[in-house]
Design a protein around this ligand. Structure first.
Ligand SMILES: [Zn+2]
Length: 326
C-alpha cells in the first residue's frame, strides 16, 4: 500500500479521506515573530486557538489538512507537532520549498550553479530533498510535497531558480508540487511550461489559486496539461466571491474536469500580513475565510447547482489521494 508522510508519520493514502489541499495552520515569519512579536503573539493562546479550529474542522469530516507553509512563510514544525498531538483525528501533511515573489534565499546567493561556489545540483534543491527523504531539521517529520511561488507575470531569476530546484527535488523523490500562482496574471502558464521543460510529472502539480479566475480558456488550458487546478481560496471574498467560485467549478464539472480540481480555503489561524489584530480584521471583513466554509456552505451550493456526489468525492478525496500516491 502506498503511504504518505504526515506530521505523525506515514499514513496509507487510502486513509486520507476528505482532504483540504491548501490550508496553513499559521503564516507567521519566524524572524519577525522573534524580534517584533511581543505585542501581538501569545504562543499559548495561538496554539490553543489552532487546536480548537482544527478539532472543529475534523468534526466536520475533514480527515487530512495539507499545509504548504514553507521557508519564507515561517514554517516551524515543532509547533505543528504540538498542535497535531492534541488533534490526532486529523492528518497534517507538511511541505518543503521556498516562498518569495522575487528572490531565492540570500543564504544561497553565492552557492549554486554558475555562482562563486559553483555547485551542481543546486544546494537549495538538496535541502528540499533532505526535508523529504530524511526529515525536517531534527523533528523526525518528513515533508511530503514541494512548494514554490510565481506571483508576477515576468518571473525573476530568483523565482526561476527556486522553481527549478523544486523540479529537481520532485524528480529525485517523486514528491508532488504545489505552486502559488496569480490567476489573474495567468502565471500558471509560465510555471507549467518550466516544469514540463524540467520533466516534471504535471499530473503531480497543483496550480494553486486557479479558482481566483473564472476564465475557462485559461483554466481548461491548465487542466489539459494534466495539472490540478487549486480551487483553494474559498472565503477570500476580496479576490472572488463564493458564488463566483462555485459557478466556475460547476462549469468545469459540466465539461468533465472534476478529476482536475481540488478544494480548499488558503485559510490560517494567524497570518502576520494584516497588523496586530488579524482575527478581528478577518471576522469583520472576510467572515467566511475559515476552514469550515467549504463544508458549511460550498458543498451545499455545489449540490444545489447540480454537481454530483461522485464529482464532489473526486475533488475532495480521490484527487488528493492520487496526488500523494508515489
Ligand atoms: Zn497559501
Amino acid at each position: 500500500m502506498p503511504t504518505v508522510e504526515t506530521v505523525r508519520g506515514a499514513v496509507d493514502v487510502a486513509e486520507l479521506g476528505p482532504t483540504l489541499m491548501h490550508e496553513h495552520v499559521f503564516f507567521v515569519g519566524t524572524e519577525y515573530l522573534q524580534n517584533y512579536g511581543a505585542g501581538w503573539w501569545d504562543e499559548e493562546e495561538r496554539v490553543a486557538d489552532a487546536i480548537e479550529r482544527l478539532r472543529s474542522v475534523a468534526a466536520r469530516g475533514v480527515r487530512t489538512f495539507v499545509d504548504p507553509t514553507v521557508w519564507g512563510g515561517g514554517r516551524y514544525i515543532p509547533r505543528i507537532q504540538r498542535i497535531n498531538e492534541q488533534v490526532p483525528e486529523l492528518n497534517i501533511i507538511v511541505a518543503t520549498g521556498y516562498y518569495h515573489y522575487t528572490d531565492a534565499p540570500i543564504q544561497f546567493m553565492n552557492r549554486g550553479p554558475g555562482l562563486i561556489f559553483d555547485e551542481t545540483p543546486d544546494p537549495l534543491a538538496r535541502e528540499f530533498v533532505r526535508d523529504i527523504a530524511e526529515g525536517i531539521a531534527d523533528t523526525g517529520v518528513k515533508a511530503a510535497f514541494l512548494k514554490c511561488a510565481v506571483e508576477h507575470p515576468d518571473p525573476t531569476p530568483g523565482v526561476e531558480r527556486v522553481c527549478r530546484a523544486v523540479a529537481y527535488a520532485h524528480r529525485e523523490t517523486g514528491a508532488p508540487i504545489t505552486v502559488h500562482t496569480n490567476a489573474h496574471q495567468q502565471t500558471g502558464r509560465w510555471v507549467v511550461d518550466l516544469l514540463r521543460a524540467e520533466h516534471a510529472d504535471l499530473t503531480k502539480v497543483v496550480i494553486g489559486h486557479s479558482g481566483d479566475s473564472g476564465d475557462l480558456d485559461y483554466l481548461t488550458w491548465l487542466a489539459d496539461t494534466g495539472a490540478l487546478l487549486g480551487m483553494d481560496r474559498f472565503g477570500l471574498d476580496a479576490f472572488r466571491t463564493t458564488p463566483e467560485r462555485v459557478e466556475t467549478i460547476v462549469a468545469l464539472c459540466e465539461r468533465g474536469y472534476a478529476e482536475r480540481m481540488v478544494l480548499s480555503h488558503d485559510a490560517m489561524c494567524w497570518i502576520d500580513w494584516f497588523g496586530d489584530d488579524f482575527t478581528g480584521i478577518r471576522d469583520q471583513l472576510m467572515p467566511n475565510w475559515h476552514y469550515e466554509h467549504i463544508h458549511n456552505d460550498v458543498l451545499p451550493a455545489l449540490r444545489e447547482a447540480g454537481v454530483s456526489e461522485k464529482d464532489i468525492g473526486t475533488m475532495l478525496v480521490d484527487n488528493p489521494r492520487r496526488y500523494f500516491t508515489r
